[in-house]
Structure formats: structure tokens, C-alpha cells
Design a protein around this ligand. Structure first.
Ligand SMILES: [Zn+2]
Ligand SMILES: [Zn+2]
Length: 389
């Protein structure tokens, strides 16, 4: 049986923690209750160090093996935050907080990593240091970046870093993985257009921002179609277009266009904003008016290190067998763990959540049956990467 007896024994206890976290979801950096619960448990397990307040509400704990003479440290990361949405599923442990819900399974990730910390602190069957990382604000708050900026990697001497994300539709107990890019970078842009407003019957006296906006939106469609290498993946979507007037007889003087850019290629991530700037300048010089373009940089491309992916695969295969570790399809979602992967080699693996509702769906729930496989993978990562003498 690939799941260790001790880990199988932890299943009910960890599931109870998971449901408690599910009932009490917290958003972005406001994970005060969850962080306190995590820190309390880690102290109770006898971790060698438990540090709070990294990346505002992040928690990190250190578990030293039988001997740490080799000095290697492996980081394992879970996210703690929920989403600002109303839960609609009919489950006994549904959210008690209106407008907040664990719809991405971060309750499960946190509980599984706590279970792994308990097991590792009890058994210490490795030679090196396990660093367990609990981050806030994965959902659009760049919590991983905040923890890295607080010097987490250097402070705890982390050499490699690994994470799990659950995957609805993938069978319970199965893992999915691939080397290289797995999830997209997610950036946003806003373009403020300024023309000269006036009477709809006297266009010759105006600089019409609606015409400016229309040409701009069409021209932006050419960036992915004509400037991007077609073998690479990327998408530019306009998601909002508004002018300053709703009247039938007024040419508005202002307009605002918003959109998102996603790609699996760091080169494309650099090229698209440059091209966007050129197009905006070209359109305004053709039609008049002026434009102000601003970017909100979100998460980078999530890139699994090739060697670390092989380590992650070996750990998964020892839990689920060779057939239990499949190739994960590329997706255009974004993942904040990418900030940690920019700093250290590592990999994110997907863990089957069975036939549940999709991530971010109001009826989604993390499947507690996935817990033993998740804890086992975390434990194997530590025991295989830093075997005891
Ligand atoms: Zn999510
Ligand atoms: Zn998530």
C-alpha cells in the first residue's frame, strides 16, 4: 500500500481541520484566523521554528530531520486564502461567512500540508530541513511575491520548492504533472482615451473617442494574430469598453478600454505590452486625441523546472504508481506560486479532486478523499529528496 499507515491514520483528523477552514474562509491577506490556526498546530506538532508575519499573514515552519548535516532545505507550499463569492453548495460544512468561500480548494491544500508537517515532525525520517510554507493572497493578491520579498528563501535557506493544486475532473488519488510552462502569466491593462467632445451633429468640431476606441479595439486583435509566434500560446482580451457619455446626441470626450493578457511564454509577455504601446500611439496619431496606457502586472508564467519535475514525478509514482501520474494539459489560468518558482527550482503538481464542480464554481468543494495521497506526496518529496543515512 503506497500510503503509509501513519498517514492513513491522520486522514479523519486532517479532514476535520479542512472542514473547519472551509467553514471559516478568509480573503486575500485577511487570513488571520487561518494563519493563527496553522501556527498553533505547527507549534503543537513540535516544529523546530514557527514564524508568522512573513508576507503579512504568511506562516513558515522549519522541521529538521534526524540530522541536517547535508544542509539541504526543501520548501513545501500551501495557499490559505478563499474567494470573494457566495457558496451555493448544500454541504454540512458550508461557509459561515457571507460572500466568502473556499472555491479553489486552498482549505484542502492547507490541511494536507498541516498533515504532512505533523507526520514529518513525528517521524523525522530524513536528513536535511523541511520548510513548510503557508501563504495568503494567492487569488489575485501576489501573496507568494510578498513572502519572497520578505526574504523567505534566503532566511530559511530554501533550495527547492514544491506545491500541490487540486484538479477537478482528475480521478481521486491520481496526480498530473508536466515540465516547463503549466499555467499562464496574467497581466491587465487600462487605456484612457482623451478626445474632444461635442455635438453629435457636428463631428467635424470634435475628436471622436468612440471612433478612436473602435479602431483601437480592432487593431489590438492583430497583436496575437500577427505579431506573436503562432507556435506559442497567448491571448489578449478586451473585457471592458466605456465612454464618458450615454447620450444619443453627444460625442464623448473620454473613453476607457480594459483588458487582460495571458501567455505561457516570458518572451510574449514582454512583446505584447510593447506592441500595445505602439498601436495606441499609432491610432492616436492617426485620429487625434491622446491616450494613457497603464499595466497592472499580475503573476508570471508558472514554469516547472525540468529536474524538479522529475523529482516530483518520482514522489507521485511512489504514492500512486506509474499509471497514477499523468500529463497535465496546459491551461491559461494563473498561479501565484510562479513567484516562488522564479526564485528557486521546483514544481507544482495537480492532485485529483474527482468529479467535483470546477474551481471557482459556487458549488465546488475540496474532496477529503484526496487527503492521504496529498500528504503522502509532500512526505515523499522530503524523504526522497533528503533520504536519512
Ligand atoms: Zn483559484
Ligand atoms: Zn487555487
Amino acid at each position: 500500500m503506497p500510503v503509509k499507515n501513519r498517514i492513513a491514520d491522520l486522514h479523519e483528523e486532517v479532514a476535520a481541520w479542512r472542514r473547519d477552514i472551509h467553514e471559516n474562509p478568509e480573503i486575500l491577506y485577511e487570513t488571520h484566523r487561518t494563519s493563527a490556526l496553522v501556527a498553533d498546530k505547527l507549534k503543537g506538532f513540535g516544529c523546530d521554528e514557527v514564524v508568522t508575519g512573513i508576507g503579512r499573514t504568511g506562516v513558515v515552519a522549519v522541521i529538521r530531520g534526524k540530522s541536517d548535516t547535508r544542509g539541504k532545505a526543501i520548501g513545501l507550499r500551501a495557499d490559505m486564502d478563499a474567494l470573494p463569492m457566495q457558496e451555493q453548495g448544500d454541504i454540512p460544512h458550508a461557509s459561515k461567512i457571507p460572500g466568502a468561500m473556499h472555491a479553489c480548494g486552498h482549505d484542502g491544500h492547507t490541511a494536507m500540508l498541516l498533515g504532512a508537517a505533523k507526520y514529518l515532525a513525528e517521524t523525522r525520517n530524513f536528513d536535511g530541513t523541511a520548510v513548510v510554507i503557508f501563504q495568503p493572497a494567492e487569488e489575485g493578491g501576489n501573496g507568494a511575491e510578498a513572502m519572497c520579498k520578505d526574504g523567505m528563501m534566503e532566511r530559511f535557506g530554501i533550495d527547492e520548492v514544491y506545491a500541490i493544486h487540486n484538479s477537478p475532473g482528475l480521478e481521486i488519488g491520481k496526480f498530473a504533472l508536466r515540465p516547463g510552462p503549466i499555467l499562464a502569466s496574467v497581466d491587465e491593462f487600462t487605456i484612457q482615451l482623451q478626445g474632444r467632445g461635442g455635438h453629435a451633429a457636428k463631428p467635424q468640431e470634435t475628436v471622436d473617442t468612440t471612433v478612436l476606441m473602435a479602431h483601437l479595439i480592432c487593431a489590438l486583435q492583430t497583436v496575437v494574430a500577427r505579431n506573436m509566434d503562432p507556435v506559442l500560446q497567448g491571448v489578449l482580451s478586451i473585457t471592458s469598453a466605456e465612454t464618458s457619455s450615454k447620450a444619443f446626441n453627444v460625442i464623448p470626450d473620454r473613453a476607457e478600454v480594459r483588458g487582460t493578457i495571458r501567455t505561457h511564454s516570458p518572451e510574449v509577455r514582454k512583446m505584447i505590452p510593447e506592441r500595445l504601446q505602439e498601436i495606441v500611439e499609432g491610432i492616436t496619431s492617426t485620429f487625434g486625441g491622446s491616450a494613457d496606457l497603464s499595466f497592472h502586472l499580475g503573476v508570471p508564467v508558472t514554469i516547472n523546472d525540468a529536474v524538479a519535475t522529475e523529482h516530483a514525478r518520482r514522489a507521485a509514482e511512489s504514492v500512486a504508481g506509474e499509471a497514477g501520474c499523468v500529463e497535465v494539459p496546459l491551461a491559461m489560468g494563473g498561479e501565484d506560486f510562479s513567484f516562488m518558482l522564479e526564485e528557486r527550482p521546483g514544481a507544482m503538481i495537480r492532485l485529483g479532486n474527482g468529479p467535483s464542480a470546477g474551481l471557482h464554481h459556487p458549488e465546488y468543494d475540496f474532496n477529503d478523499e484526496a487527503i492521504p495521497a496529498g500528504i503522502s506526496w509532500f512526505a515523499e518529496m522530503i524523504e526522497q529528496r533528503m533520504p536519512a543515512e
